[in-house]
Design a protein around this ligand. Sequence first.
Ligand SMILES: [Zn+2]
Length: 334
Amino acid sequence: MKTQVLKWANLLGETGIYRLLCPGRLPVFMLHRVTEGDDGVPAGLPADQLRSHLQYLSDRGYQVLSMDELWHCLHEGQPIPSRSVMFTIDDGFYDHHDVAAKVFDEFGFTLNFFVITGLLDQQLWPWDDQVSYAINHARVVNTDIRLPSGLVYSVNLEAKSAKTTIKETREALKAAPQTGIYQWLQEEFFEKLDVDFPSSVPPEYRPMSWSDARSLRERGHGVYPHTCTHRILSTLTAAEKREEIRDSLKRVEEELGYSPEIFAYPTGRLADYDDEDVKELGQAGFDMAFNTVPAYVRQGQDRYQLPRFSLPETKADFLQIVNRFEAFKERLRG
Ligand SMILES: [Zn+2]
């Protein structure tokens, strides 16, 4: 039923009716991993699916905005073009350069990369991916784990799927101080699940290089910081927040030779950052920041809390955001 309604709604969307009724809204999409199928990328969006989305935009003359173009809309009041979209990709893994960027290059479209500088510096791999890795390699399937918050989480991989266990563990970890999260993972979490802690970053989580990042900039893509360690900012002390924001900015400046003024919060829900972080970003010289609240960017909204949609895999879900049917529904809801 829902599929049928969406099909008709999208056919109507082809006429441009929702874009006409809901002007001034820009969908900014967020990608994670992208795979050609034989490259070992864990749980990635198939590159051909991405191609098919971009082909749609290309065929219909959509404009894929760069950060500069968005800046002009938000700072100088230039109208947001009715046929426009924007794309971002978070974290900085190898497939972002080797697969995703190549697909965007095929269409001459801009992609904006938010990179974890500690990952590109090969000092760490993200805590949330360490959680998935440990659960997927667990030799102990049933154990109680004391979380950094002091609460106990019971892992029972016979009763619950790995996917659910990963999700629940990550949620619990987002809600507690993350100061010592990396040490805790290695000493408590991997230990309890009897998983060998890899001596170097597992191949599926390896980063792109800084030289890849420089090449992206030369090809017209954007590269911006996404903290040093991907820890949830709202759980950190003032000194740690400052370090995550300022040091990641500094690393991008050093490696790419320019001042990136745009930032994306790790995991990016409203609970994952706070007013102090927004203030710190402003003081450090940042000018815009993205969260992960699924909504359209509009003129006049808080530039440090720009929303993003997760890029849907299915064409129907992608179209309803692109053709502004989502915005029309928002309007109907009042
Ligand atoms: Zn991220």
